[in-house]
Design a protein around this ligand. Structure first.
Ligand SMILES: Nc1ncnc2c1ncn2[C@@H]1O[C@H](COP(=O)(O)OP(=O)(O)OP(=O)(O)O)[C@@H](O)[C@H]1O
Length: 572
């Protein structure tokens, strides 16, 4: 406990091994007298910000979490029962079917979100639980009920909570209190002895005042109010703090704490085991896929908005380039090329629109991963699988509108026409997957969504420039633009695949002529400077290969970022 900004969250972060690597830290963290880092899943931590999936209801959020965290051996009905019991414990039974809500959608109140976050973390009854200001946003009665229900579970467990402004009832629920001011320990010992400690130093709690209020008022340096000191009048807060710190260091309480630490160390107690009884990997993948699908379905910004914008754009492309595909004139060559370029780069570019939703999902993933709810690979797989149907939808509907309105390559016979159409939509689909994968990589490195969008758009802008349309491949400056960007940019393969599909086997008129004597192959070779040594199927295969590379890269970065934050790795 301590005034705002005294270092409560920092202390909890340090104990839970969540302090970021650029913050200096000294001393040992001992669990049962053993030096132990709290890696994923050894403890649960409810941080101050509630990272929750906005589209889920309370019931869904807790049920999915129960399915992820509770072992496969536990029957489904028991998991459901545990989830419901925990929801009731946190007093959320009346909000069971309310969505969490977020930007633009009112859902749970701040205090309810807080309780939901606690609910999710106490589902497995962890042995070591960190709670950073669990009562913020709660009224005094709710604070008491929440804390008393948490305290009820304390047998055989250690619960560390940071708190400010507890009521007298809540304060009495704590067995020990550590009072902090500007990162320094003012007092650490039994809660019921704190009053005596303050009184013995000349700062007794006035009658009818909540002791915790008195302690905080006495040690708050932010407002520089002089403190009444017993009979001697007023004293500066800094002086009061110095007196208390010095007094604590020579107090019996301090010696008692040291004695207890020595005793625990000599007992050589058991190591805190990592929780290993989560759902198995297959169940994790399946639950995460379902949860992510529900989120994608309900979050308008994830795919639906994109579908609407793509459809409008496809109608735009289709009307601007209406029936360009049946023309054989020289001008139609340029029109086809531009249209295909627009489809492969700008339609796919807008996959960036889903970035904010993805960043929100990443925040939830980070919290859950750090608390050991599941494996990072399960998250990556869940996300890929759940996104597939939506990506298919946003490539097929706008793709077919643009393709048929523009009257692109119809081939000979219905089979061939269909093959060209499917090829067009597949290129659109795989390019969107690539942009999404790229944005996932960006999200794992730059988790701020504004910065992420700028970085993602910048990378794509460079790739579009070097893709071989705005500057023909042979005219691209060799350093950087041609080697390596032209070969790395997926746009090159998307453009060339689409060009091959559209121009191969067709003839066009030369400038000023009416007879189609110019072969599609020569246009591909000489105008678009397409690499003709391999077929359009190789282009599409390269694109799919790139998806695999990009997704693997994303998975590797997530693993690397997570293990960099894993205190167990740091200790090795
Ligand atoms: N022991 C320490 N030494 C130096 N700086 C510290 C220490 N503890 C915390 N700080 C710094 O003090 C600032 C506030 O810390 P923190 O957020 O932990 O406070 P808090 O008590 O949780 O505040 P609030 O109650 O308002 O959330 C941070 O900038 C943090 O880096």
């Amino acid at each position: 406990m301590g005034p705002s900004g005294c270092g409560k969250s920092t202390l909890l972060d340090a104990l839970a091994g969540r302090l970021d690597s650029n913050t200096g830290q000294s001393g040992d963290i001992l669990v049962n007298g053993r030096r132990q880092a709290l890696a994923y899943g050894t403890s649960a931590y409810v941080t101050q910000d509630d990272a929750l999936i906005a589209t889920l209801t309370v019931k869904e959020a807790v049920y999915y979490s129960a399915q992820l965290q509770l072992p496969n051996s536990m029957p489904k009905s028991e998991k459901k029962e545990r989830a419901e019991m925990t929801i009731r414990e946190m007093g959320l039974q009346d909000a069971m079917n309310t969505r969490v809500g977020g930007w633009g959608q009112k859902g749970l109140s701040g205090g309810q979100k807080r309780r939901l976050s606690i609910c999710i973390e106490i589902l497995t009854r962890p042995k070591l639980l960190f709670l950073d200001e669990p009562t913020s946003g709660l009224d005094s009665a709710a604070s008491y009920y929440v804390m008393s229900r948490i305290a009820r579970q304390r047998a055989g467990k250690t619960i560390l909570a940071s708190i400010h402004q507890p009521s007298a009832e809540v304060f009495s629920l704590f067995q020990n209190v550590c009072l902090l001011s500007s990162g320094r320990t003012i007092y650490f010992g039994p809660t019921n002895a704190a009053n005596g400690f303050f009184a013995s130093n000349g700062f007794p709690c006035p009658t009818l005042q909540n002791p915790s209020d008195h302690f905080l008022k006495t040690i708050n340096t932010d407002f520089d109010e002089d403190i009444e000191e017993g009979s001697t009048g007023k004293m500066r807060t800094e002086e009061v703090i110095s007196i208390l710190i010095e007094s604590y260091k020579s107090s019996i309480n301090y010696q008692e704490v040291q004695r207890q630490v020595d005793e625990i160390c000599s007992e050589n107690g058991e190591e805190l085991e990592k929780r290993r009884d989560n759902a198995n990997f297959i169940s994790q993948c399946s639950v995460l896929t379902r949860r992510s699908s529900v989120n994608m379905f309900r979050d308008l910004g994830y795919y639906w908005m994109r579908l609407v914008v793509y459809t409008v754009l496809a109608l735009g492309i289709g009307t601007i380039y209406y029936d360009v595909g049946s023309g054989k004139s020289y001008n139609s060559i340029q029109a086809r090329g531009s249209m295909l370029m627009f489809v492969a780069s700008f339609l796919t570019f807008m996959a960036i629109g889903g970035f904010p939703s993805f960043v929100e999902e990443m925040k939830v993933f980070q919290r859950e991963r750090l608390n050991g709810h599941y494996d990072s690979s399960a998250f990556v797989i869940g996300n890929i699988v759940s996104a597939l149907p939506y990506l298919l939808l946003v490539s097929l509907i706008p793709g077919s509108i643009a393709y048929y309105l523009a009257g692109l390559e119809k081939g000979v016979g219905p089979g061939e026409a269909f093959e060209h159409f499917i090829y067009f939509c597949t290129i659109l689909f795989v390019s969107m997957m690539l942009v999404e994968s790229l944005m996932m990589i960006v999200a794992s490195v730059v988790p701020n969504f504004l910065m992420g969008i700028i970085v993602g758009a910048g990378i794509q802008g460079l790739m579009v420039l070097s893709g071989g349309f705005f500057r023909y491949p042979n005219d691209l400056p060799a350093p950087f633009w041609k080697y390596p960007l032209y070969y790395i940019a997926f746009h090159k393969y998307a453009y060339q695949g689409l060009y091959k599909s559209e121009f191969e086997g067709r003839t066009f008129c030369r400038p000023g002529e009416n007879l189609p004597t110019l072969s599609g192959e020569s246009i591909l070779r000489n105008t678009w400077q397409v690499e003709m040594t391999y077929s359009k199927w190789v282009d599409i295969a390269i694109l799919f290969g790139m998806v695999v590379v990009y997704r693997s890269l994303f998975w590797l970065i997530v693993k690397a970022v997570m293990s960099a934050n894993d205190p167990a790795e740091l200790l090795q």
